[in-house]
Design a protein around this ligand. Sequence first.
Ligand SMILES: [Mg+2]
Length: 124
Amino acid sequence: MTKILIVDDSTTVRKLLIHTLKPKHYVCIEACDGFDALEKLALNPDIKLIISDLNMPNMDGIELIGNIRQNPQYRDLPIIMLTTEGSQDNRRLAFDAGANLYLVKPSPAHIILFKVQSLLEADS
Ligand SMILES: [Mg+2]
């Protein structure tokens, strides 16, 4: 079973992503901000991919990715940033922090699924 960590301060966005991923038998773990995500990752070191929002309270997505990449264990963990922020500046910040992919909301479910599957295959 492939575990995916979904990080977003919006319950609605998390539910939508679960609705997309669960039928494909991905096990979804939810986190509501960067701090929560680091905690969930520590509890589930077998998480295979992360989808993270950018704007969140306490710790945003950029800081979260920076934190994750500092751990050699997670250097190659695929991370998708999924955000309403479409600017080039934010894109660059995300990639500099270590994101593998940058998607702008709303992204159609089939695109998200395709990207998730592609990143997981590239990683295995
Ligand atoms: Mg947000």
